[in-house]
Write a protein that binds this ligand. Structure first.
Ligand SMILES: [Fe+2]
Length: 404
């Protein structure tokens, strides 16, 4: 995480005694990345954070994946998986895996129920709130999240998700850390002037909460020989995991709202990297936000057809006006997968129709991966089965959906 924060109480000198008013010693935990060689924070616990009373296997929901073979572009309707009114589901155990590979898993859930306490030991999570409102309670403190928010939760952060109202969450689970793009950071980690957002836009946790409790379960997702290389374990702690009186450092969860992303536009079409917001190992996260579009007198505002030969591209359509895309089946909550090896671009009609447009009212979150994506249980269930034909079908009746 780019910069230093401090919350609650910490001793003046690190690795020295920190005591409660009654003289009881707090237990210092360093939570750090890359083997003490990258960002870290120091947390001060009331109880020893290593303590486990019991443990058992957590039988995860289906994590299996199958290859995209025969190779096709696909369209997933996430809202078909979770129609409005779906209830009794939480944002951790209720996720359904859409797509994934060895670097990242993309899941979706409509949650209205409080999740268990949870730790993802595989990598950082980027939770995008398509719609809803929730508190992401973490060992560092609470983060309020609502429509349009990304919440970045560092690997192994104990947390739970408490919906205030039903929340549609697109979960991007990395097998690595998820950070702002390196090219937007100074050599010391500050976001630079040409970055489309800055530190003021990042919302850190509230003051840490100290909660009393015994026999508290923490659900841990971790690497193993299960389907997709993912397994789960439940640790039962004799104390509550939220027992931190203070912390400081540069590693902590934070939120960022997509409306705070200031789009970079140009006289002619700008390539997707200008829309990048975060990155992980072997994948990037971009967002296409409402914006003025290309202003050259002969510009074509929708994208040129492109073979991004090293990537699979996943677009999550999460806001704006999709009238211009009618015919391809893409709408609110849709996901398109455009795999490497298949050139893609606007559906017939859209290319010409975009000429003269000055503004696109659209919102989409894109994940590009450098390894092929396989299709998970949720992806199979949400596949419309016909998207591969949409460029051909559209040519017959000028449906004209504008793909990105
Ligand atoms: Fe594309």
């Amino acid at each position: 995480m780019p910069y230093y924060r401090s919350a609650g109480t910490v001793p003046p000198k690190r690795h020295t005694q920190h005591r409660a008013p009654d003289g009881t010693l707090y237990f210092e935990e360093l939570m750090g990345e890359e083997g003490f060689s990258s960002d870290s924070s120091l947390l001060y616990h009331r109880t020893i954070p290593s303590t486990i009373r019991e443990y058992r296997v957590w039988e995860l929901p289906d994590q299996g994946r199958t290859p995209n073979h025969p190779l096709v572009p696909i369209h997933l309707s996430t809202h078909a998986l979770f129609p409005d009114g779906t209830s009794g589901i939480d944002a951790v155990t209720g996720r359904r895996v859409l797509l994934g590979n060895a670097d990242v898993r993309l899941s979706y859930v409509l949650a209205d129920t409080t999740s268990p306490y949870y730790r993802n030991a595989i990598g950082d999570e980027c939770l995008y709130f398509e719609d809803g409102e929730a508190v992401v309670e973490t060992v560092f403190g609470d983060i309020e999240a609502a429509t349009g928010d990304y919440v970045i939760v560092p690997r192994a952060t104990t947390h739970r998700i408490v919906p205030k109202r039903p929340s549609r969450v697109y979960a991007i689970e990395g097998n690595s850390h998820i950070t702002p793009p390196k090219r937007y950071l100074s050599r010391f980690g500050q976001l630079l002037e040409h970055a489309p957002y800055c530190e003021r836009d990042l919302r850190g946790p509230s003051e840490p909460r100290v909660v009393e409790g015994t026999d508290v379960e923490v659900f841990i997702k971790h690497r193993g020989n299960g389907p997709g290389g993912v397994v789960g374990t439940v640790h039962v702690l004799p104390h509550h995991p939220f027992d931190v009186v203070g912390w400081d450092g540069c590693l902590y969860p934070f939120a960022f709202n997509v409306e705070d992303f200031m789009p970079i536009t140009g006289k002619v079409h700008q390539p997707p990297p200008v829309h990048q917001v975060f990155e992980g190992n072997n994948f990037v996260i971009c967002n296409f936000v409402p914006r003025k579009v290309d202003y050259h007198e002969l510009s074509i505002p929708v994208p040129y057809y492109h073979s991004n030969v090293d990537s699979d591209e996943v677009m999550f359509y999460c806001g704006g006006d999709y009238e211009a895309r009618k015919g391809s089946g893409i709408g609110q909550g849709s996901i398109s997968l455009h795999p490497g090896g298949h050139p893609h671009g606007p559906q017939p009609g859209a290319y010409e129709r975009s000429i003269g447009a000055e503004y696109f009212d659209e919102l989409a979150v894109m994940v590009d991966t450098f390894r092929p994506l396989e299709i998970g249980e949720g992806g199979r269930a949400a596949d419309d089965g016909v998207y591969a034909y949409s460029w051909d079908r559209a040519s017959a009746d000028d449906r004209g959906a504008a793909d990105r």
